[in-house]
Each structure stands twice: as structure tokens, then as C-alpha cells.
Design a protein around this ligand. Sequence first.
Ligand SMILES: Cc1ncc(COP(=O)(O)O)c(C=O)c1O
Length: 362
Amino acid sequence: MNITTEQMRFWSPEVRELEPYTPGEQPKIQNLLKLNTNENPYPPSPKVVEAVQNVLANGADVLRLYPDPDASELKHAIAKQQSVPVEQVFVGNGSDEVLAHIFKAFFVQELPLLYPDITYSFYPVYSQFFGVETKVLPLNDDFEIVVDDYKQPNGGIIITNPNAPTSIALGLSAIEEVLQANPNSVVVIDEAYVDFGAESAVALVEKYDNLVVCQTMSKSRSLAGLRVGFAIAQPHLIAALEAVKNSFNSYPMDRFAIAAAVASFEDQAYFEAQNAKVIASREKLTTQLKELRFKVLPSAANFIFASFPSKDAGELASELREHGIIVRYFNKPRINQFLRITIGTDEQNQRLIDTLKNEILI
Ligand SMILES: Cc1ncc(COP(=O)(O)O)c(C=O)c1O
């Protein structure tokens, strides 16, 4: 929709300047293979489905009442699964909301927030939204973080691990080096994809009073549709997040989301089996793409970041789309010759390979 300058006079001046995040599209095309938003190709555990149905087991009257503003049952389930005290858990409506509260709670400082040039594209959006000063630090030529760059004055640091969209994981020793070099600023590790192969920094929370680890149930737990994210940190940091949350929306977690998330944590076996399948499919797809001469970065996530030597990545994405396959293309410096491809089931990945081999790269 085109809004005229005259219509815009109603908008707050700040809102006129916003450059919002563009989510991956959710098109309604028949026989579509959707490999563009890093959703899990498998449904959540049957126990999750049962728990969602049980919310209404005694009728819809329960929907008349607000949910628990503290989502305490969910916090306890997360604390148990992550082996941390419940006082170290914060929950939100997807990790995007948790991240928003993190930006507001910690990063509105005089010194700039540090993050890599290639990272989750919501960070610049939140920075603008909350008026956070930023300093963007380039990854090296292999798309890895240069730890020494994070040893300069700053008002906070945020690192995605494994990184998105590069899929590359950073070791815990590097994260510890960053934490030790920055005792006076908050270091946030966004672990949206950690369950697919990286080491979690939750193990460091007890040791570092400046660490916040953020995770989501959207990817490894197949709950993108319910919006559940959480952060783990020492209680003095959780208190700041609670203060922000209760100044914005006191009831971010609805009854269905709470019930489903709790049930998901109760079925660890399903979670582990499902992740193992995604990881095995990722390795198989990587090998197949390399056989087709793609360059594929080493992935610790549920997606891969790949480029083809003799075809423009934007064109490749458009041609795949014509064949009903959607992948994510970022028309941005340094990465505009790469495609981010979500790992599907083996059958879905095979359709991608067959389409590339028989229809596009001939
Ligand atoms: C790095 C990263 N962080 C956070 C999120 C947000 O996840 P959600 O809001 O679904 O929990 C995403 C989603 O794609 C992501 O890629």
C-alpha cells in the first residue's frame, strides 16, 4: 500500500523513519517447497498436540481468563531442561520479542552495540527502533568472527551462534574470551539454532554476570506457529527483562503456547530423534550440493548457506521459485551470491537436488 506524505502526518515522526524487518514470505502456492524461513520440516511431538487439545478439555470457559502473566509452569520446565534455577529464566512471545526486550533493557547506552556485519537482520531494525548506537564489525573472509574486534569500548555485544545466515558455529572458548574482555557490558548470545550442532553458552551463565543466552522453540522444537522464546541469565539481568516486559505486555504467553511448550520439554526423546534426522539430512544435502559444484559453508544449523560458482544467486533463487521451491536470498553486500536453504526432509531435499540437476543447471 502506498501511503502519501499527507496521510503520514498522522504517524509519529520516528515511525515515519522506520525500516522494518522483512520476514521470509509465507506464500500460498500449491505444491510449494518452502525452504526459506528455517522452520522444522517435522511436526512437534504428539504430546504437544495432546497438550494443546487438553487446554480445552473442560470447555472453552478457560479462555475467558487471562493466562499466568509469569508463565511460571513454562519457566520451571525450561529451568529443568536447561539445568538452571528458575530465577534465571525469562520467557517471551518468540525469541524476537525476547530480543526486543533485551535491546531495550541493556543496549540503550552511550557507547555503541557491537555486532558482525553479517548476522540476524533484526538487530539493525531493533537498534533503530530503540535508538541504540551500533558499530558493525566485519566477519573475516571465511565469515568467521574476529574475537579481538570485540575488545574495544562498547555498550553491549550481540552474537548469533551458530550465526545466521552463515550457519557457522563459534566455540565456547571464543565466547568466553569475549565475556572476559567485557566485564562491564552485557554480552548476548542468540542461540536460535544451537540444538543443531553448536555448544550452548548456557553452561557459562553461572560464571558470568554479564551473559544473556537467548533461545527459541521455533526451530528445533517445531513450534514456530506458537511463538515461544526464552532467555537464560543471572537474576539481576532477568529482573531488567521482567521490568521491560511488564512495561509493555504483561501476558505475552497464551494458554496454548504455555501448554505446548511444557509438553515439548517433557518429550526429550522425540526432540533428540527429530534433530538427529535434520542433522543427517543436512549432511546428505551438503554432499549432494557439493557434487553439483556448490560451495557450502560448514553448517551447525538447520539451514545451509551455499553459492554456485557460475550462476548469479538471485537468478538461481528466481528459477527455483518458478519450480515451486522457495529459498532465502539476501541482496546485501558480501552475501549476495549465496542462498540460505532450510533443511527439509530427505524427500524435500531430493526434490531440490533433482530440480537443480535436471531443470536449472543443465
Ligand atoms: C538468529 C535468530 N534469532 C531469533 C529468531 C527469532 O525466532 P522466533 O521469534 O521465532 O523465536 C530467528 C528466526 O528466524 C533467528 O534466525
